[in-house]
Design a protein around this ligand. Sequence first.
Ligand SMILES: [Cu+2]
Length: 210
Amino acid sequence: MVSRYWVTVGAASFTYRDRGHRDHVPRNPRDAEKKGPFMARVKLGSIVVALALVVAITGCSSSKKSSSATTTTSSGGVTVTTPAAGSTVAVTVGDTNGLDGPAKSMTMTVAPTSMKAGEITFTLKNTGTIEHEMVVILLPAGTTYDKLPVATTGEDKDKVSEDASVGEIPETAAGATASVTLNLKAGNYALVCNIAEHYAMGMVAPFTVT
Ligand SMILES: [Cu+2]
């Protein structure tokens, strides 16, 4: 991934340099002195370095899962601000014996529990014995994550409504991991495993987007 961006950036810099040469040199020699090919190369070199740093930081972010701080990178006068490692939410789900386990024995933990609005990647790790999922539901005003109505009849029996779902990670096998990236607006959300009965067994967690 990183090498692909290097190639793209390198190609862009050559194109830009050639254009700069044509634009400045013939029209005004003094201008050419200031902004001629050499200066263009120096500036472009800085930009390439800065972009490479951004690519490196972005490439690493999926493996980190803490801190919503921002990192500012300054190189050769080019300053780039990028969210560092704040965009991944780790969701861990588990159970002791599927639906045969004790009441409330299914679990869902989330870290961190809040994030700024924008692109957010959720990773789901299933440490349980059966498959689980994770549905992201925007909580309607006046509702709380642990008091959602559960259908008692119909094909959605023992499930909560997904009318306000904004995305999900579908059924994921025991021992497996999966992820999804969603563009979320500010609000209060519930992360729910909405396989029948799993909500009542405890598979829900609150999540806040600010
Ligand atoms: Cu589940």
